[in-house]
Design a binder for this molecule. Structure first.
Ligand SMILES: Nc1ncnc2c1ncn2[C@@H]1O[C@H](COP(=O)(O)OP(=O)(O)OP(=O)(O)O)[C@@H](O)[C@H]1O
Ligand SMILES: [Mg+2]
Length: 258
């Protein structure tokens, strides 16, 4: 099929799903995000009534695009991992060493599907442990559908751009969530910072594709990095506890011990 024909077919397919490609910028999004595999997966999800309308893009990240959408009038977020342009090398680092993905073949597509499934199961485990996260609803191939965190079609702001009234209270909440994630869900977020926490009525952890189980060979360094990031953010906002003290408390280890 000629490129032009293919593009027309994509646009028609997207339009049927209520996705409109308006300008040159979004054309680029179309080409990067909506390859044939993704379109098929989207079709399937629309057909199964997980999606009724797809709205505008919310974010274009390093590995994924997030869209606002609705399921029978209820807001949802659709995260689509880009098969072509995801940063494949860094993803592999987290997946290797994670026993849940021991059998994943090493090609790009399979890795990204496994990643999507991993984010789904990480969110589900976090939620079960009482950590506020978007509720994962369904996944198919490289697409993850979750509850939408926000109001009036706008996502809650990232923690970095919120002026907190009571930073100490929020700090304590976040440390408590890191601890619950570790001890109840057996997970380490692995990329926690003021960018991957949305703030609405309370802080929500998001973006858990890379989160690892406690038995991952790099679990402890990841945990320490998460703690340090949170302390760095709160240091000039309230009194923070020491990195090691928090780490030891959460893990029950004593880092000072030989
Ligand atoms: N469930 C959700 N509800 C509302 N907004 C969301 C949701 N999930 C993600 N977003 C929005 O999309 C942005 C990116 O999400 P996320 O961090 O999961 O994707 P990412 O592609 O991994 O991002 P990056 O590469 O920038 O870290 C968030 O900052 C937020 O604005
Ligand atoms: Mg992110």
């Amino acid at each position: 099929m000629s490129l032009k024909k293919k593009e027309e077919r994509f646009d028609r397919a997207l339009e049927e799903m209520g996705i409109r490609i308006k300008d040159a910028d979004q054309m680029k999004v179309r080409d990067d995000v909506f390859d044939e595999i993704t379109l098929l997966a989207l079709y399937k999800l629309v057909h199964k009534k997980w999606i009724s309308v797809v709205g505008g893009p919310i974010s274009t990240g390093k590995e994924a695009n997030v869209f606002y959408a609705e399921r029978e009038g209820i807001p949802i977020a659709i995260k689509i991992y880009r098969i072509r342009t995801a940063n494949f090398t860094t993803m592999g680092e987290y997946i290797r060493g994670d026993r849940r993905f021991a059998s994943v073949r090493k090609n790009r597509k399979d890795l990204i599907f496994a990643w999507t499934k991993k984010e789904f199961s990480n969110l589900a485990r976090a939620k079960d442990a009482g950590v506020p996260v978007p509720e994962p609803l369904v996944w198919d191939r490289n697409i993850l559908i979750m509850s939408f965190l926000g109001e009036d079609e706008r996502p809650y702001p990232q923690l970095r751009s919120v002026k907190l009234e009571d930073p100490m209270a929020v700090y304590k909440q976040i440390i408590g969530y890191i601890e619950a994630l570790y001890s109840k869900a057996g997970l380490i977020h692995g990329d926690l910072s003021e960018f991957n926490i949305l703030y609405g009525d309370q802080p929500y952890f998001i973006d858990m594709g890379q989160s690892v189980t406690r038995d991952h060979p790099r679990a402890l360094p990841f945990l320490m990095r998460d703690v340090k990031n949170i302390n760095r953010f709160f240091r000039n906002r309230c009194d923070v506890r020491g990195d090691e003290e928090i780490f030891n408390d959460i893990t029950g280890l004593d880092k000072a011990e030989p």
